[in-house]
Design a protein around this ligand. Structure first.
Ligand SMILES: *Cc1c(COP(=O)(O)O)cnc(C)c1O
Length: 395
């Protein structure tokens, strides 16, 4: 029995079985390649579910994180620290938002956004029965609040009751949203591009109409940019492609490029009239290590012209996948923007993904029938060609 199989067996004895894992133990990474513990290399089109935007082993990033480890890892949110202050400045600059709260994960950022919306509405009318409208097929995380606004019933069912007063509408169907709006609505929450739900970008008109409803009724528009944000769409945040701006935004995944951080951000109008001292907190969130990682990530995005690369290679990936789509009758749709794209088949894709893995290509699904493409944002056209070659062999 190989060393890899021994570790897998051990994992299956010791770790709680909350994932059906692919049969591989990854050990290191370089650039856009991963290596398993037996030395086999894999081209990575998942980047740890949209995390490793800069690719693996970016020297400058690694040095910055190591330097912060040697300096100080953690203080507490009862004190100020320079990396968090610099990180806040950097993310405000690229997002145009005014206030930020740093978290440890995406789900926790969504929790914060929900609390912000409820508090904002509470301060206006003193009621405690406010409602949030979320979308069917959305994904916002696994904690109870984030799960409550996640539009996939099978994720929620065994854990009922959820937090109350959540209504669901259909993505890109503005009438279904209007039908749920009433005088208790405090927020409309959606992913700008649905990720786990199958790579469904919001239409521009849908976003604009939601913006309008929110403006007219002073409801908060919350955009979840945890997967589609941080450059993946070709802009820092996907909503920037449409000339609208949310009131609250969540971010995580590629924000730390491997250091577990998230954030929720808001406009001043919300920041000055929602969460106050004592309303919310976290031990680790916004600590010096996370702050240092965020600062370096955003610095490298600029320096390495990451957005330009996403736009150029994203378009090339789109064309490449269009060609593959035209070759095959079992591909029914191709969606996405930048380097968040999906190919929908008329059958489950698990076998394709397993064959690709055997051939040294890491892919992931989004729902049973959709292959999702979330490569590091630094991939090249040659990497796309290599991916397409292995994908064709695996189909
Ligand atoms: C991954 C994800 C989350 C949850 O983030 P975690 O860091 O896993 O808690 C929330 N929303 C979206 C859109 C995501 O893709």
């Amino acid at each position: 029995m190989g060393i890899m199989q021994e570790y897998i067996d051990e994992a299956e004895r010791d770790l709680l079985h909350t994932y059906n894992r692919y049969q591989v133990v990854f050990d290191k990474g370089e650039g856009v390649y991963l290596e398993d513990i037996e030395g086999k290399k894999y081209l990575d089109f998942v980047s740890g579910i949209g995390v490793f935007a800069l690719g693996y082993g970016n020297r400058e990033y690694n040095e910055a994180v190591k330097a912060q480890v040697d300096k100080i890892l953690h203080t507490s949110n009862y004190y100020y620290n320079v990396p968090a202050i610099e990180a806040a400045k950097a993310i405000k600059k690229v997002s145009g938002m005014d206030r930020v709260f740093f978290t440890n994960s995406g789900a926790e950022a969504v929790e914060g956004a929900i609390k912000t919306a409820r508090k904002y509405a509470y301060l206006k009318d003193g009621r405690t029965d406010h409602e949030i409208i979320a979308m069917e097929h959305s994904f916002h995380g696994r904690t109870m609040g984030a799960l409550s606004v996640t539009g996939t019933k099978k994720y929620r069912e065994a854990f009922e009751p959820m937090i109350g007063n959540i209504r669901f509408a259909q993505m890109n169907d503005i009438e279904s949203v209007k039908a749920q709006v009433n005088d208790r609505t405090c927020a409309i929450l959606l992913e700008t591009v649905q990720g786990e739900g199958g790579i469904h970008p919001a239409d521009e008109s849908f976003l604009r109409e939601i913006r309008q409803i929110c403006d007219e009724r002073d409801i908060l528009m919350i955009l979840d940019e945890i997967q589609c944000g941080m450059g993946r769409s070709g802009e820092y945040f996907a909503w920037q492609r449409y000339g609208i701006k949310p009131d609250v935004m969540t971010c995580a995944k590629a924000l730390g490029c491997g250091v577990p951080v998230g954030a929720f951000l808001m406009r001043e109008k919300v920041g000055s009239a929602s969460l106050k001292a004592g309303d919310h907190g976290t031990t680790y969130g916004g600590n010096p290590l996370g702050g240092a990682a965020i600062c370096k990530v955003l610095e490298l995005f600029e320096k390495e012209h990451v957005l330009d690369n996403v736009n150029e290679v994203g378009a090339y990936l789109f064309d490449t996948l269009e060609v593959i789509r035209a070759e095959r009758e079992d591909i029914v749709d191709h969606r996405g923007v930048g380097l968040i794209q999906g190919l929908e088949f008329d059958h489950p894709v698990a076998d394709i993904i397993n064959r690709a893995l055997e051939k040294g290509l890491v892919l992931i699904n989004a729902g049973q029938n959709i292959i999702r493409f979330l490569p590091p944002l630094v991939i090249t056209k040659e990497d796309v060609d290599r991916m397409a070659g292995i994908l064709r062999e695996s189909l």
